[in-house]
Design a protein around this ligand. Structure first.
Ligand SMILES: C[S@@+](CC[C@H](N)C(=O)[O-])C[C@H]1O[C@@H](n2cnc3c(N)ncnc32)[C@H](O)[C@@H]1O
Length: 260
């Protein structure tokens, strides 16, 4: 059996390895945090939207024994290999290949039937769609997630968000990166909630993650691109020092009685 990762051994995986396999702040701490808030039950159908290399997807699938579909449309920025290939390899290393399928698909065109999933999990993904497709693209992605959830199904969203405050003047140059500029990508929790309500969701819980600053610090110290480029995201986070950049989460339910 090709099982590299066991739940009993999770604390032995280094932060360097976790942040190489995950993409964004929080690593497996974020996965545990959001899964608990979502109340994921064993044996249910789960969609991970924007799964990247699927490390969190595999961890969730193993821990909760879910039947999981992971979607991701992009190729890895260094190797140019499709992310879905990494997901499939990771599924084998986690010994969950019998219940995890990776598909090269992009929100909002997933083609799944209405009401397919009990849970949709999505971290550090929709804010990137906002940069590429604008606010309408963000809302279309949320609407698609609503459509593919069963009535009563739960959407767990967690992503970089800014605090409910104006950008401090001195921070503006640091948030104006050439691609995926944080000042355009990141919105506040209240702004994000508008898209969730507009899609028809009931909000179960929404807030800024209490450990947001710790997750960003870990990302700055352990993400391979941060290590290679200390004057980029790590510098921005150091100058920001928790004044504007944060990390928010929303747990939302598709109301019962909705047919579509
Ligand atoms: C920063 S990574 C986040 C990965 C992972 N969810 C995590 O938290 O570690 C964002 C991922 O979103 C994917 N993505 C981009 N556009 C997407 C879309 N329209 N639908 C689904 N995923 C998308 C990218 O391919 C990328 O792998």
């Amino acid at each position: 059996m090709n099982t590299k990762y066991e739940l009993s051994n999770i604390q032995n995986i280094s932060l360097d390895e976790i942040y190489t396999e995950c993409s964004g702040p929080g690593g497996l701490r974020l996965v545990d945090f959001l899964a608990k808030k979502m109340g994921i039950e064993t044996g249910k159908k789960l969609l991970d939207a924007g799964a990247n290399r699927g490390f969190p997807t595999c961890y969730l699938t193993k821990k909760y024994n879910t039947f999981t579909i992971a979607i991701d449309p992009w190729d890895d920025r260094t190797s140019q290999r499709p992310q879905v290939d990494y997901i499939t390899e990771n599924a084998s290393k986690w010994n969950v290949a019998d219940r995890l399928i990776a598909m090269k698909l992009a929100l909002p065109e997933t083609f799944f039937a209405n009401g397919t999933f009990d849970y949709v999990y999505s971290t550090t993904t929709l804010e990137m769609i906002r940069t590429l497709e604008g606010e309408e693209g963000y809302r279309n992605a949320v609407k698609e997630i609503f459509r593919v959830l069963k009535p009563g199904g739960i959407f767990g969203l967690a992503e970089p968000m800014h605090l409910e405050t104006e950008i401090p003047e001195d921070l503006i140059p640091y948030l104006s990166q050439e691609s995926f500029a944080w000042k355009d990508c990141f919105k506040s929790l209240s702004h994000t909630l508008e898209a969730i309500y507009a899609a028809g969701f009931e909000v179960v819980e929404a807030d800024y993650a209490p450990d947001a600053n710790l997750w960003w610090q870990e990302y700055a110290a352990h993400d391979p691109y941060c290590k290679l480029n200390p004057d980029e995201d790590p510098k921005t986070l150091a100058v920001d020092n928790g004044r504007w950049t944060s990390f928010g989460y929303i747990v939302a339910r598709k109301p019962l009685g909705i047919i579509k």
